[in-house]
Design a protein around this ligand. Sequence first.
Ligand code: ZN
Length: 116
Amino acid sequence: MISSVSILGVPFSITYHDALSDVDSGGQIPLRGQIDLQTSSIRLHKGNNLPAMFSIIVHECIHALARELELGFQDCEEDVTRVARGITALLLDNKLVDLEAIFRKETGEYPDEVDL
Ligand SMILES: [Zn+2]
């Protein structure tokens, strides 16, 4: 699985967690994904199928993009979710990303980084 993404040139590490409660860095709230803009890191629940995991990564990246591009909605979950849903559908519906390559498990050959 990918271990990092580059968001506007800034590398964000990705870590995968078994329990939803472990995704929350505070260990309090069950989450499927969380981004920490201060430490440039993304925490992801690994119990999702590939499209869902990809969608969550896109969602977390939108938080960072919204902040860096000063779009004004980086803290609005509803807006981030809508933009992420649209971008994810665009990429998946048109087969512009190869989920198997991003999350390849069989060979252990995981790409280190993907640009979104
Ligand atoms: Zn969010």
